[in-house]
Write a protein that binds this ligand. Structure first.
Ligand code: NI
Length: 202
């Protein structure tokens, strides 16, 4: 076998092993979200943020309704806009059945995502979507409560632009503020609407 081909095969095997490992890690982590030893979910908890109108809000302001929450940033080129579109389309597809659900976007880039920026952004996706931002400390606290990873990417030399790495999971929280279920990135509109209907029936 030519050396080039052998190298290609070796790399393919390595790549497959790597992706398999990542998938296993990801599944183990998500399993952990729903199956904490005690039966208590690890996602959620107290937070204090600033909403798109500049008001300070806490988790108590969301009690009594389901909260469908996604963490991201308004400068995100692809993941956030596509996920928020799916989220909005699923809610639209559910019609009045989606009324008990409050869609929420939480910024993990508060340096650029001011309440005004967030307000304009969420308005592009759904008329009922709320946007939350805050100080670096506010964001660190809510991200930690929701087990959301985020980090600033190294920007190119001489550029003030930057991107953020972040988890892309949708969380459904119950009217009692407790974790109900999560939806992985890539869940399509139909599956999301179905999953939400299913959760609301229980
Ligand atoms: Ni994003």
């Amino acid at each position: 076998m030519p050396l080039k081909r052998r190298i290609t095969i070796a790399f393919t095997i390595l790549a497959v092993a790597f992706v398999t490992g990542l998938t296993a890690m990801y599944m183990a982590r998500n399993d952990g979200l729903t199956r904490a030893g005690s039966g208590t979910a690890l996602v959620g908890g107290p937070f204090e943020m600033t909403d798109q109108d500049g008001r300070r809000v806490t988790e108590k302001d969301f009690l009594g309704r389901y909260m469908l929450v996604f963490f991201g940033f308004t400068y995100c080129p692809d993941v956030c806009p596509s996920e928020l579109q799916v989220m909005s389309a699923a809610l639209d597809e559910m019609g009045a059945d989606a009324d008990p659900i409050q869609p929420v976007f939480v910024s993990i880039d508060p340096a650029r995502d001011t309440p005004a920026v967030v307000k304009e952004y969420v308005g592009n996706f759904h008329p009922r979507m709320k946007g939350l931002t805050g100080s670096e400390a506010d964001v660190a606290k809510i991200a930690s409560a929701y087990r959301v990873y985020y980090a600033k990417q190294q920007s190119k030399a001489g550029s003030s632009d930057y991107l953020m790495d972040h988890s892309a999971i949708l969380y459904l929280m119950g009217p009692d503020g407790k974790f109900v279920k999560h939806f992985s990135y890539g869940t399509d509109v139909k599956a999301l609407a179905l999953g939400l209907r299913d959760a609301l029936r229980k």
